[in-house]
Design a protein around this ligand. Sequence first.
Ligand SMILES: CC(C)(COP(=O)(O)OP(=O)(O)OC[C@H]1O[C@@H](n2cnc3c(N)ncnc32)[C@H](O)[C@@H]1OP(=O)(O)O)[C@@H](O)C(=O)NCCC(=O)NCCS
Length: 193
Amino acid sequence: MIIRPYTDTDEQGWLRCRVLAFLNTAYFDNVLQKKAHYDRPSIELVAIEQNKVVGLIDIEYEETPRTICTAYNTVGGMIWHVAVHPDYQHRRIGEKLLEAALKEAKTAKLTYLEAWTRDNPPIPRWYEKMRFTQKYAYHHLYFDETALEKYDLSVPAQVHPMTMFAHYTGSDPDVLNRASRRHLCMCYVKRII
Ligand SMILES: CC(C)(COP(=O)(O)OP(=O)(O)OC[C@H]1O[C@@H](n2cnc3c(N)ncnc32)[C@H](O)[C@@H]1OP(=O)(O)O)[C@@H](O)C(=O)NCCC(=O)NCCS
């Protein structure tokens, strides 16, 4: 297994690796058909085994504090994507991708990394094992048609909302219990020294 910078010819492998990695997680329906490209500088690495993309990490980073990240008043890098193909998980590929990315982050003089993830237990556990700490959290709520009937949404005539996805920063159980699907979305940070 080697870790090297992403190139455009990796795109299909990158997309397949990512979608399979997320299949059994709380982000199962977050499917991309094109890889993201970044306006600001970035660290984009892939893990390759037998010519196949088996892992990936994308970090976009700041030149001015708080233009991408939220945690500190110093420059940081946002982990937009980190994923390991399910057939290759638990072999420290995620850890090695992070180590390689951290090396580049140090060269770029970043002071911390930030990542957001939902509350399916193995993933926060991985961040904690990689010595990230949780900074804050809020809810991601999904409402189906029945749940939406209880809300008086202001939409134009003849528009009939069938589903809604919302960020919720409160903690009212009535709001939380109305959602047909809910996740805690957590911010993890790791200082770079
Ligand atoms: C998170 C992820 C990148 C970790 O990559 P990995 O190469 O499998 O992880 P590593 O081998 O480096 O580290 C393994 C550790 O992570 C944790 N972990 C990761 N996946 C786990 C799972 N499915 N079950 C239990 N623990 C898990 C454990 O702490 C494990 O340590 P252990 O083997 O001593 O129990 C990978 O599991 C993945 O792609 N997950 C789905 C995509 C995702 O949710 N990405 C995070 C973004 S928001």
